[in-house]
Write a protein that binds this ligand. Structure first.
Ligand code: PMP
Length: 351
């Protein structure tokens, strides 16, 4: 029998501080879904980044970019509008590099993420959730605060293309290397679009356009319709997923949107069922955006047919959302309880 030690991948040497530990995440084969679809489906374990999500990469790159452009001096302040994970990544990066961190976020986000940001030393400002077109939108407030505060920089994750560069220079190359070039499909959802755009650009370039790349979109987002019909129209109402879904094409997504081969829409019923399935079958405790990505990968497996290798992103852990995703009353309030097979109701641990 193979020993546990040899079953573990080879360890690299020490890394330089928190930021040195960002990236180089494992690529996990999802064995049950692979068997069911006849494809090899893999999840990039971004929840294993040191700040706990895929957004550690973007946080590192936007801070490095501000330093390189001379906008951020020692002791300066980083300001960002974020639904949570970028803020968590930024709070870690700022502590490790001696910057202050101010986070504006919509007040609809989970309490776990707000509490964590505060514990990490960020100055959190939860503001009403209003559309981007409203000047009171959390992003505009972040920008205005940075503009009127000495030594502060607004890192502008949605439209600062240092974000997509993180994935062009790290996520994409890691996936290609881990798959040894045997890759047919890539799919993930978008918040800023940095992960999808940067990774797609790299995979399309290195594979000479052979890897098929797909957008995964939740209810309430306009990007699925944009890909399918060219119209910026919402498909469905809002979603229980956090951090994904868009009402516009960001500067991070714009240069690569046309590279995408197709789009898949994932209803919340499929996303929540996949949260529970991944826990039950794979032992993976991951958030709803990751579950949506995995459900999308199953759709892509159907589109490509059996025998293909497909990669998606496991963005963060379910720890950040457990008071919602594992609460019976919350699931009932969202009309999602019946989406979870009764054999998996044993995981619903909170009233
Ligand atoms: N999943 C979660 C949980 C997130 O917080 C985010 C970022 N908001 C994403 C996915 C999407 O990543 P990106 O911003 O690179 O599109």
């Amino acid at each position: 029998m193979q020993s546990w030690r040899s079953a573990l991948g080879s360890l690299n040497g020490p890394v330089d501080g928190f930021t040195g530990a960002v990236g180089n995440t494992p690529l996990i084969r999802l064995n049950h879904l692979s068997k069911e679809t006849g494809c090899d489906i893999y999840g990039k374990a971004e929840f294993m980044n040191p700040g706990g999500s895929v957004k550690d990469r973007a946080a590192l790159f936007v801070v490095k970019d501000a330093e390189e452009r001379g906008l951020l001096q020692p002791g300066g302040t980083v300001v960002e509008g974020t639904a949570g994970n970028t803020g968590i990544g930024l709070a870690h990066v700022c502590r490790s590099r001696g910057y202050k961190c101010v986070i504006y976020m919509p007040n609809t986000q989970s309490q776990e993420k707000i509490d964590l940001l505060k514990m990490l030393g960020a100055d959190v400002r939860a503001v009403p959730a209003v559309p981007f077109t409203d000047p009171a939108n959390y992003n505009h407030q972040a920008k205005a605060f940075a503009e009127t505060t000495a030594g502060a920089v607004w890192t502008n994750q949605f439209d600062n293309t240092a974000n997509r560069r993180a994935h062009l220079e790290t996520t994409g190359p890691e996936i290609w290397r881990q798959m040894n070039g045997h890759l047919d499909g890539f799919v993930c959802a978008t918040g800023t679009g940095g992960t999808l755009a940067g990774t797609t650009r790299y995979l399309k370039t290195i594979s000479d356009n052979k890897v098929k790349c797909f957008l995964a979109d939740p209810p309430g987002s306009v990007l699925y319709a944009l890909k399918k019909t060219g119209q910026l129209e919402r498909t469905g109402a809002g979603s229980i997923t956090e951090g994904i879904g868009q009402g516009r094409v960001t500067d991070n997504l714009a240069p690569d949107f046309e590279l995408l081969d197709d789009a898949v829409h994932v209803p919340d019923e499929a996303s929540i069922a996949t949260v529970y399935r991944l826990l039950d079958e794979e032992g993976l405790f991951i958030g709803a955006s990751s579950a949506l990505n995995v459900a999308a990968a199953a759709q892509v497996a159907k589109i490509l047919g059996p025998g293909h290798h497909i990669v998606t992103i496991l963005c963060d852990g379910a720890y950040r959302y457990q008071s919602r995703l594992f609460s019976r009353s919350w699931l009932e309030s969202k009309g999602l309880i019946d989406a979870i097979p009764s054999s998996l109701h044993k995981y619903i641990s909170l009233q």
